[in-house]
Design a protein around this ligand. Structure first.
Ligand code: AN7
Length: 406
């Protein structure tokens, strides 16, 4: 398969055999470039096979047997009760929490870890707000190679740390935030023969673009008007847009969705850049939010994400922690969809943008819920009522359920 890497800033090109993350001339972000005219898809298979990351292997930059634990193929739920509450006609939720490790990061890691093996790299590393480290730990374990993860101390949800530890990663809790951890792991990977698997690595995003493929696929090769998703490092919004663009280039679909990114109010450099029209983001030094997954002040993929949002006619909006937690309950109680706080930002953002009149009530919208409820049990304990403790007899049970009058 023919493809190469190209700098989005200066256009410099790099061979697929190079271990490189950003342009060595100008430090710009790299994109994976294909010759689409040489890609032949089996349309019969595309229309009949169940969605999964590797269903779309002809559009992925991998030649060897993949390191896979069956990622992708997550459900796209039609959410009529939630749609009614928000006041829009057609709402779907793509629940990425149903991936093997409970987040969308598995899509990037099945491709990224396979690429590490292809390049002959024998150790992999990342910085993470949690989910990336969980996914890397698991795919590294499956591949049989050592994994190093750098986490911001005290700011990673319990379920994610549990995964990184149990699957055998070397877990370093650093006294600093995610942005500090990312800078450090980039230095480490430049000094040692360790493969960097944060989303600055363009191959990660190739795996994640399959979310776009799957949404079109699951809607019968129809494209929704809009995709709404949480934004942290801004890789996923970039990747999903690329997926939709590729399906359009290949003639499988005929339009593009408006890419709409949601950030937490205390951590929203992309939103500020979109609202001010600035060409670049201004990093935030002390990002803070209950949605620790997206507690990121200096998103590395900002340049790509700003283009995706602007080019598609989308937008970006911020939401408060309270709005996030309310949306988390709505997803859970109206639709049976259990998500971690960052994921609920998508629905909180949709509600706000509908109320503001920015999103039309007749639009077909897909919200991406990026991570599973069980990733962050601690926040659940803090925001839900405690269990009622009762004596082990039927009278006490009845009293607890019905009160005194029954
Ligand atoms: C649940 O794990 O950055 O905008 O280190 O875990 O592509 O960064 C997590 C990000 C949204 C944001 N929702 O996606 C990490 C990390 C959840 C996440 C995002 C993350 P990007």
């Amino acid at each position: 398969m023919y493809y190469y890497l190209k700098c989005i800033e200066c256009g410099a090109e790099y061979s697929k055999d190079e271990v490189i993350y950003t342009c060595s001339k100008c430090d710009g972000l790299l994109d994976v470039i294909y010759d689409y005219s040489s890609i032949e898809l089996d349309m019969e298979k595309l229309k009949t096979e169940c969605p999964s990351v590797w269903k779309y292997a002809k559009l992925l930059p991998i030649e060897r047997e993949p390191v896979t634990i069956r990622e992708g193929g997550t459900p796209l739920y039609k959410c009529d009760r939630l749609a009614e509450k928000i006041g829009i006609k057609e709402l779907y939720v793509k629940h990425e929490g149903m991936n093997p490790t409970g987040s969308f990061k598995d899509r990037g890691m099945t491709v990224g870890v396979t690429k590490a093996l292809e390049l002959g790299m024998k150790t992999v590393a990342c910085a993470s707000t949690g989910n990336t480290s969980a996914a890397l730990a698991i795919y590294g374990a499956k591949a049989g190679i050592p994994v190093i993860v750098l986490l911001p101390a005290g700011k990673v949800a319990l379920g994610k740390i549990a995964q990184a530890l149990m699957h055998g990663a070397k877990v370093l809790s650093i006294r600093g935030n995610f942005d500090d951890a990312l800078a450090l792991v980039r230095t480490l990977c430049s000094q040692e023969k360790i493969y960097l698997l944060n989303s600055i690595n363009p191959y990660r995003l190739e795996g994640q673009k399959t979310i776009g493929f799957e949404i079109a696929d699951q809607l019968g090769f129809r494209v929704p008007d809009r995709i709404v998703l949480p934004v942290g490092n801004a890789g996923n919004i970039t990747a999903i847009y690329k997926g939709f663009r590729e399906f359009k280039i290949l003639g499988i679909t005929d339009s593009l969705p408006k890419m709409t990114g949601i950030q937490a109010e205390g951590s929203c450099p992309i939103v500020k850049a979109i609202k001010s029209g600035a060409p670049e983001i201004t990093p935030e030094d002390n990002p803070e939010t209950v949605a620790t997954a997206i507690r990121i002040g200096n998103p590395v993929n900002a340049k790509k994400a700003l283009s995706a949002i602007r080019e598609s006619g989308g937008t970006a909006e911020s939401v408060t922690d309270e709005e996030i937690l309310e949306a988390q309950k709505d997803l859970a109680r109206l639709e049976g969809i259990g998500v971690e706080p960052a994921s609920a930002a998508s629905v909180a953002g949709l509600r706000k943008l509908v109320e503001m009149g920015v999103i039309g009530r007749d639009e077909t919208v897909v919200c991406i819920t990026t991570g599973h409820l069980l990733k962050d049990p601690q926040t659940v304990i803090e925001v839900c009522e405690e269990p009622t403790v009762v004596d082990a007899n039927i009278e006490s049970i009845r009293k607890a359920i019905f009160g005194n009058n029954k």
